[in-house]
Write a protein that binds this ligand. Structure first.
Ligand code: GAR
Length: 200
């Protein structure tokens, strides 16, 4: 049985593509029913279409309030038929009602080893902090920004010669491995917010 999943994006869509590619494997337990962007110009929308995936835009600038945007997004997600939602570079904070409605079924990827470096510019901040290890995290979405039970993390070394760009590239490669593995575990029913860690 394959679980229908939607992906929310705001931009480039490289994690989205990693999930789309993973779902092509015959034994993958999920399939992507729709990609939804809050930005009409998100490059990821074209990439999704090129892979035959249905796309939809729910433009946050069309709504007077955050709550109205959340309601429209919630409606779009229900209409997509998705049972799971993957945030992949989706750069809007979601309100508690929407997060609650998708409790245990909505996951996010973040480019740091949470709880370190929540928010933006994680690679610059990791270099400034002088950490020797950096990486990425997939977690269940909760109302706080970049919070919620951690499903999986992959760390990468920070090298002395790293710039934010070289570090970002190394972390992104890890993201593209980690996210499909976490979606697989979620779709197989192997993890919940109460027991979120993937057991290998
Ligand atoms: C990724 O690095 C993702 O982890 C990050 O945005 C990038 C999107 O790239 N997400 C966040 O910072 C969320 N807090 P992509 O569009 O190529 O997947």
């Amino acid at each position: 049985m394959s679980v229908p999943a939607a992906i929310l994006i705001s931009g480039r869509g490289s994690n989205m593509l990693a999930l789309i590619e993973a779902c092509k494997a015959p034994d993958f337990p999920a399939h992507i029913v729709q990609v939804i962007s809050n930005r009409p110009q998100a490059p990821g929308l074209d990439i999704a279409r090129q892979h035959g995936i249905d796309t939809r835009v729910v433009d946050h600038t069309d709504f007077a309030s955050r709550a109205a945007f959340d309601q429209a997004l919630g409606r779009a997600l229900r209409e997509s038929g998705a049972h799971l939602v993957c945030l992949a570079g989706f750069m809007r904070l979601l309100g508690p009602d929407l997060v609650h409605a998708w409790h245990g079924r909505m996951i996010n990827i973040h480019p740091s080893l949470l709880p370190a470096f929540k928010g933006l510019n994680t690679h610059e901040r990791a270099l400034q902090a002088g950490v020797s290890e950096h990486g990425c995290t997939v977690h269940f979405v909760s109302a706080g920004m970049d919070e919620g039970p951690v499903i999986g993390q992959e760390s990468v070394p920070v090298k002395p010669e790293d710039t934010p760009q070289t570090l970002a590239r190394r972390v992104l490669e890890a993201e593209h491995r980690l996210y499909p593995a976490c979606l697989r575990a979620l779709a197989q029913g192997r993890i919940t917010p109460q027991s979120p860690q993937i057991q290998s």
